[in-house]
Write a protein that binds this ligand. Structure first.
Ligand code: PAF
Length: 277
């Protein structure tokens, strides 16, 4: 597997590849990322994974400095999954001067995750657009685990008429239902045992809505209360339209339950798609 650090070298190398799929990551590669790589390989003969911890998308007080940086292990894992090239620029390569131009996402970026992480999606959209310009892929694979990110990136690609396809990938879970995430490593043993409850709470919301319960507010409240009773600090548990991520229209069927809550200092997110009757 090749490792490239500079934009110039990457451009020269990818000039020889007719079709490229990219998997943008911040590293600390786990099975969830590897599933994205395998999906990418089904869409293009050459897969590039980018590893870049993007300062712009971390808010003050978030874990930018202590975000796990595990480059050697990441490369071993990516190579074993059939990834062809890792693009791992350092900050001076990606941002040789302060990034004063930015992508301003639409108001939905201020809701859900954006309400608790103001400016986060501005940072995500800015780096994603830059990575797309650098790699110039035909395909980019994003996990559904970060559902709002996937939705906003799709909209970005559409509105800027970027010549690439976004491929969504299902969330990879531990056997007990916990969505894989780099942040799971911060959980203590007791917290790790408790962590699947977020998925359980969303599953209960999904079950109820799919069996015809349309009292979304009551379901959200019950899920929130269940988590709070077990020591979670809940940011939100909501049911939204898959299309807009806003409150669903009456009778709208394609929904998604989204949750974010903290166990101690660790903030976990998860979601489940719902098809209402
Ligand atoms: O999902 C992530 O890991 C990041 O938000 C991304 C898409 C790599 C942008 O930094």
């Amino acid at each position: 597997m090749e490792i490239v650090r500079s934009i110039a070298e990457l451009r020269a190398r990818l000039g020889r590849e007719p079709r490229v799929a990219v998997v943008p990551t911040m590293g600390n590669i786990h099975e969830g990322h590897l599933s994205l790589v395998r999906i990418a390989a089904g869409h293009a003969p050459f897969v590039v994974t980018t590893i870049f911890v993007n300062r712009l998308q971390f808010m003050q007080g978030e874990d930018f400095e202590k975000y796990p940086r595990t480059f050697e292990e990441d490369c071993d894992r990516l190579a074993s999954a059939g990834n062809h090239l890792v693009f791992a620029p350092d900050e001076t390569e990606m941002y040789p001067e302060p990034q004063v131009f930015a992508v301003e996402p639409p108001p939905v970026a201020g809701k859900l995750e954006g309400r608790f992480r103001p400016g986060h999606f501005r940072g995500v959209c800015t780096v994603v657009l830059k990575l797309f310009n650098v790699v110039q892929p035909q395909v980019a694979v994003f996990g559904k685990k970060d559902y709002q990110q996937l939705s906003i990136v799709r909209h970005l690609v559409e509105q800027f008429a970027l010549p690439l396809a976004i491929v969504p990938a299902e969330t990879v879970r531990a056997p007990d239902g916990l969505a894989l995430s780099s942040r799971n490593r911060y959980l203590s043993e007791a917290q790790r045992a408790e962590a699947p409850r977020l998925n359980e709470a969303l599953r209960e919301v999904k079950r109820a809505v799919e069996s015809g319960d349309r009292n979304l507010e009551a379901l959200e409240f019950a899920a929130d209360a269940l988590l709070a009773r077990h020591g979670w600090n809940v940011d939100y548990v909501v049911v939204r339209s898959r299309r807009t991520l806003m409150q669903p229209e009456p009778g709208e069927r394609q929904l998604v339950a989204l949750g974010a809550a903290k166990l101690g200092a660790t903030r976990l997110i998860d979601n489940l798609e719902i098809l209402a009757p």
